[in-house]
Design a protein around this ligand. Structure first.
Ligand code: NOJ
Ligand code: CA
Length: 542
């Protein structure tokens, strides 16, 4: 590995959704063996690090975000020994490994919660149990809503078989929230961090980083819903959370070069920057591009907002176009674009009426990739975006597994459509996701028309999205890492910025614009020289 310090300030990090990345043993579920076998692919792509979604033992009610044991590997994914080997092999390939830690809640199958339900007082205090309201305690303790829909409380049955206290779960009932005011909880997670740092993990993505601390009185939130308006909500982004991360930072600093990235859906980049103060977390996803339409003026404002908030605390901006919780951006861009940011991912369903124009969506997705990979800071790539995969919108209801669908009474479409197993090779499912002769089909069905998206076929095509990503990442690490950023005046409906001698241009105007300079890389291989077509981006040397 390079000994460049603070590697995370400029890294390209590839998100491995392990269940859907590569299946080594043929049971239809991605696993560590599959991931190890595909490390050469990631090395050739040129990424600096991978972030692996939760791989711990879990009942998989929420795809592993319901952790039953933080110090082990789910048998469907492999063993601790394989995890250790993976980390070593990744390091040998020059790839760092970021794990996912889920500290806001455990699984209801975690030993602590089972002990709590069995009446152990010390275990109960590690969660948020409260008596109900109403004469018989039949009403939830407060009015908070679960992110997945419905009340954030579930009532338990006491030892005598009578209805008892309620417990808080900001997500599914199978994900009870921890009580971070309890020092045993604090100590346990610091120990879990050390457990994986000792095994060579280079960092952690922190799930629901803005949720851990709650207002001590658990008061009603009033009209504020949990999903769209968290300003002042007593369950989210409370000041107490920062003390927790100061402790975590100290743990990371017992080691060399370790890093945190927060998943914190807070109200503004200014609120987010509070997590990035020098004694707290190193980075935090800036989700603005997940919510920004493909409109140059909105994208420019997105870039400005993210850069200035991060700069104010000395942190790098952190760009994300897609992840396992949102509709893939090829599909987000495949319909008419609103002129403003869509305030929350939960509103995206409204953005999805009518048939998608996937060819247009892909053109735009390729262009957006050249913008985010051209920006200063850290860029995350969600597995499959380098293949230009669209959302699988027509998954039948019976194969969908996201708990949010049932919990919201069908109001949420769920996130399965961006989690379909990757196509690697061949003409038909499982497209090399599972080995030949596999005993089971992929855990979510792959579309019949994905042959053109396989990694093999794209690797053989110079104009493919995979080739574009490879070139962009290679050029970026050669030329773009250390150079300054400056906006360039550009026509209406476009944006342009300079990074040293290289300029990055994006055109969303609906008509071609002239493009000066020598073309380094363009998202549209059919573009005429000297021209940037609409829905396209280019890197030029001037
Ligand atoms: C955010 C994760 O990305 C998502 O997949 C999960 O459902 C929630 N946190 C709850 O852990
Ligand atoms: Ca498997």
């Amino acid at each position: 590995m390079s000994d460049m310090t603070e590697w995370w300030r400029t890294a390209v990090v590839y998100q491995v959704y392990i269940r859907s990345f590569a299946d080594g043993n043929g049971d239809g579920i991605g696993d560590i063996a599959g991931l190890r076998s595909r490390l050469p692919y990631l090395r050739d792509l040129g990424v600096d690090a991978i972030w692996i979604n939760p791989w711990y033992p879990s009942p998989q009610i929420d795809a592993g975000y319901d952790v039953a044991d933080y110090r082990a590997i789910d048998p469907a994914y492999g063993t601790i020994a394989e995890a250790e080997r993976l980390i070593l092999e990744a390091h040998d390939a020059g790839i760092r490994v970021i794990l996912d830690i889920v500290p806001n809640h455990t699984s209801s199958q975690h030993a602590w919660f089972k002990a709590a339900l069995a009446g152990d007082a010390a275990a109960r205090d590690r969660y948020l149990f409260r008596p109900g309201r109403g004469t018989g305690g039949e009403l939830p303790p407060n009015d908070w809503e679960s992110i997945f829909g419905g009340p954030a409380w579930t009532r338990t049955t006491d030892a005598a078989g009578e209805p008892g206290d309620w417990y808080l779960h900001l997500f599914a009932p199978a994900q009870p929230d921890l009580n971070w005011a309890n020092h045993e909880v604090v100590a346990e997670f610091e120990d879990v961090l050390r457990f994986w740092f000792d095994k060579g993990a280079d960092g952690f993505r922190i799930d629901v980083a803005h949720g851990l601390a709650k207002h001590p009185d658990l008061p009603d939130a009033g009209l504020r819903g949990s999903r769209d308006d968290r300003v002042g909500h007593p369950g989210w982004d409370q000041d107490g959370v920062h003390e927790i991360y100061r402790g975590w930072r100290k743990v990371a600093e017992e080691y060399d070069d370790r890093v945190f990235v927060a998943e914190a859906w807070v109200d503004s980049n200014e609120r987010l920057a509070r997590y990035l103060r020098p004694d707290e977390l190193h980075t935090a996803f800036q989700f603005d591009f997940l919510q920004a339409p493909f409109v140059a003026s909105v994208m420019r404002a997105t870039i400005d907002g993210a850069r200035s908030a991060a700069a104010a605390v000395g942190a790098p901006p952190t760009w994300v176009l897609s992840n396992h919780d949102v509709v893939r951006h090829v599909t987000r861009y495949a319909r008419a674009q609103p002129e403003h940011a869509v305030s929350s991912i939960w509103e995206q369903a409204r953005w999805h009426e009518g048939a998608p124009d996937l060819e247009l969506g892909l053109r735009r997705a390729r262009a957006a990739a050249l913008v985010t990979l051209g920006l200063p800071g850290t860029t995350y790539v969600y597995q499959g975006e380098e293949l230009g995969l669209p959302e699988v919108e027509d998954l039948p209801a019976e194969v969908r597994q996201d708990p949010a669908i049932a919990q919201s009474g069908g109001e949420q479409i769920g996130r399965d459509g961006c989690r379909v197993p990757l196509p690697w090779s061949g003409q038909a499912p499982p497209y090399g996701f599972s080995p030949d002769g596999a005993s089971a089909e992929p855990w979510l069905p792959q579309p019949a028309d994905w042959a053109a998206y396989t990694a093999d076929s794209e690797a053989a095509d110079d104009d493919s999205t995979l080739s574009l990503y490879r070139r962009a990442i290679a050029l970026r690490s050669k030329w773009l890492l250390e150079v300054d950023f400056t906006w360039i005046d550009s026509p209406e409906g476009t944006l342009a910025f300079a990074r040293g001698d290289i300029q990055v241009w994006l055109n969303t105007s609906g008509a071609p614009v002239p493009l000066l300079g020598e073309l380094l890389l363009g998202s549209d291989p059919t573009a005429e020289p000297g021209t940037l077509p609409t829905d396209a981006a280019a890197w030029v040397v001037v």
